[in-house]
Ligand binder design. Structure first.
Ligand code: ATP
Ligand code: MG
Length: 246
């Protein structure tokens, strides 16, 4: 076991989580976990292998910290899919993982470029691995692109946000250059646990924040973006594509 993997083992792998990993092995979803990709406050992402020897990404939510309880509750309350908020932190975290899986499924089925969802069990989410030979693809934040490439990525993202709104009925809610990975020449939207239904009371404010983030980022890199208003009109189905970037 390498050192990085060892460091994160104790925090994540309490006995319930170990049992959940073993259950996913028994179900032939996970063949092995190979290494840590990312160690955030709320989750760890591992590179693993499936029984078909395909690379998989395994996101394991920490159930031992109550730190993000407040923010989880904010995004779960008001979502018709989740009526009762569990008192136990572990149960709430499992609900959060199931929310991410369902959001990913809805997005994937709507044709949005997101990692293909594979399985979710308790606090563990398994999805397509974006990367090669265990090396993850870069985040949008980490790459240098020329203006033509940036325009392409921007338009792709705007079209995916539109699809998300119109066909998946969701708003991402935490969209930024840190939650987009560039893989196979396309921008993949990741980290969808906090995405809310468009009927959620905060959905429109979150959409404004997501779109403003994109405008800020791409404008800052020299892309001539449309106004916030015309982008919102386009995304919500009120304006046409011609209005976008001439
Ligand atoms: N499907 C995937 N394939 C490869 N790498 C991934 C995948 N999903 C996530 N990652 C990597 O793991 C990191 C964290 O994932 P994600 O953004 O979903 O979690 P997070 O809750 O935001 O974690 P953090 O607190 O670290 O930001 C990503 O920045 C990316 O580097
Ligand atoms: Mg993230």
């Amino acid at each position: 076991m390498d050192e990085d993997l060892f460091k994160t083992v104790e925090e994540v792998f309490n006995s319930a989580t170990v049992s959940a990993v073993l259950e996913l092995c028994r179900r032939k979803v996970i063949y092995e976990l190979k290494g840590v990709i990312s160690a955030g406050k709320e989750s760890r992402v591992y590179w693993g292998k499936s029984f078909n020897n395909e690379d998989i990404a395994v996101k394991i939510y920490l159930t031992s910290t109550a730190e993000f309880r407040k923010s989880m509750v904010k995004y779960i309350m008001g979502d018709p899919r989740f009526k009762k908020i569990p008192k136990s932190t572990r149960k709430l975290v499992i609900m959060w993982a199931s929310k991410e899986f369902r959001n990913l499924r809805l997005m994937y089925d709507a044709g949005i470029t997101v990692p293909r969802p594979i399985a979710q069990y308790e606090n563990i989410l398994v999805m397509e691995f974006l990367g090669i030979d265990g090396v993850r693809a870069p985040l949008l934040k980490e790459v240098e692109l020329d203006v033509e490439e940036l325009r392409y990525v921007f338009k792709h993202l705007v079209d995916d946000i539109r699809r998300m709104y119109l066909y998946a009925g969701l708003v991402h809610g935490d969209l930024s250059e840190y939650n987009v990975m560039l893989y196979n020449g396309k921008p993949y939207i990741i980290d969808v646990s906090q995405a809310v239904k468009i009927s959620h009371p905060n959905a429109y404010d979150l959409l404004i924040r997501d779109v403003s983030n994109l405008i800020r980022y791409f404008n800052g890199l020299g892309v001539n973006t449309p106004s916030l208003e015309s982008m919102l009109n386009y995304i919500t189905g009120k304006g046409s594509l011609e209005d976008l970037m001439e």
